[in-house]
Design a protein around this ligand. Sequence first.
Ligand code: GLN
Length: 206
Amino acid sequence: MPNGAGEPISGGSGPTVGVLALQGAFEVHQQRLHRLGVRAPLIRTPRELDAVDALVLPGGESTTMSRLLGTSGLFDVLAARLADGMPVFGTCAGMILCATEVLDARPDQRGFELIDITVRRNGYGRQLDSFEADLDVQGLATPFHAVFIRAPLVERLGTGVEVLACHDGVPVLVRAGSCTVAAFHPELTDDVRLHELFVEHLSSTD
Ligand code: GLN
């Protein structure tokens, strides 16, 4: 059970879902997970990563995150955990970090190549730097209000990638195995249903 707006009471039997906290919109993800009664420590070091069963990669700036993943010593440890099947929810910049192919990437930017999609950074163009849309999401009874901020555009889906939501015919929420990625910021509305779906999916991929 959540402990008000603060941390959930520890000692429960549910999963611990870390939130990568090197840069970007990590705090609100933590609050959303706490609202669901999920332990959600902020992760900044390899040691902190040891304690988690799953991870949220937040929105922010993928080039900066990539650099900080290197300097913090997290990149290789995290890559190994992810290759080992640790579930991950990547949102916006987090989606970029999970994709097998990134167009308009900075040459030195690195990612985890976890889900076979091609994304174009800032692919919605300048006019649409930021927009909001109601999405029909597989598994949700009513639409989810999604906030897109300099979002990546999904330009190719590999085989076996499941589409959970589209916007104007373009996939914006997709999943393959234990990797779920959203082009938008699911933490920026009060609606915790996507975090809930992710947490529920954890037990089905155990
Ligand atoms: N455009 C950013 C990037 O390239 C992502 C934007 C976001 O996460 N809101 O990383």
